[in-house]
Design a protein around this ligand. Structure first.
Ligand code: DX5
Ligand code: ZN
Length: 218
């Protein structure tokens, strides 16, 4: 059975001064996964936010909402405990960011979270042959910035990744996802679609969320 398609709005593109209200808007529209991008200024050039922001969102107490933490940081295993404590549902670490990926996945599970592994566009998928993950994240842009265009070669990569993972594992795509690219990623086998600027850059984020969900084919 193919996994249901879900959209994860990324708060990176939200208005930080109105973060709680913006998240509530997409949750009211039906979103149940919220994507939280963590950047350290090393693995990727920008800085974004730390676990305090996640804690603040969790404390809003929005029912049934899962927070999906994407760690774009070097040696992510050092931060797993902090984000688990702050209330993450899933924690994703980059394959390129640590020589101890198996250990990082183990740590995430020991802290009671779903364990994700991400690969950049130029990283081969071989790592997923050696690891058992709950979620595989295929970057469809180079990590570090919102608002970039979906890399066309990603479609074939997503399809290869789906074949490798089987039907049960969550396959997340991140970068340049909107109503035009979501169908391509969905046909290739993606199940969880991160959308930042296409949701929070739209005049009505709730409507934009619903439009992308429809485009992904739910
Ligand atoms: C990029 C981040 C993304 C970002 C996506 O490095 O990992 O999650 O928020 O932004 P859009 O949807 O604007 O490409
Ligand atoms: Zn992300």
């Amino acid at each position: 059975m193919p996994k249901p398609r879900r959209i994860a709005p990324s708060i990176l593109a939200a208005d930080f001064a109105r973060l709680g209200a913006q998240v509530s808007e997409v949750v009211d529209a039906g979103a149940r996964v919220i994507h939280v991008d963590i950047m350290d200024g090393h693995f990727v050039p920008p800085l974004s936010m730390g676990p305090q922001v996640l804690s603040a969102l969790v404390e809003l107490g929005l029912p049934d909402v899962q927070y999906d933490v994407h760690l774009m940081v070097e040696r992510p295993e050092k931060y797993v405990a902090d984000f688990a404590k702050a209330g993450a549902w899933n924690i994703t670490v980059h394959a390129e960011a640590t020589p101890h990926l198996n250990y990082a996945v183990q740590q995430i599970r020991e802290h009671g979270c779903s364990a994700g592994v991400a690969v950049c566009p130029s990283t081969p998928l071989d790592v997923f042959r050696e690891l058992d993950v709950d979620l595989a994240l295929c970057m469809t842009v180079n990590p570090g910035w919102g608002g970039q265009s979906f890399i066309p070669a990603s479609a074939a990569k997503i399809a290869r990744l789906r074949e490798l993972l089987g039907e049960e594992v969550e396959l997340e795509v991140d970068g340049g996802i909107d109503v035009d690219t979501a169908p391509t990623a969905s046909e290739a086998g993606a199940s969880l679609f991160v959308a930042g600027s296409a949701v929070f850059g739209a005049p009505d984020p709730g409507q934009a969320y619903r439009d992308i969900l429809a485009a992904a084919g739910v």
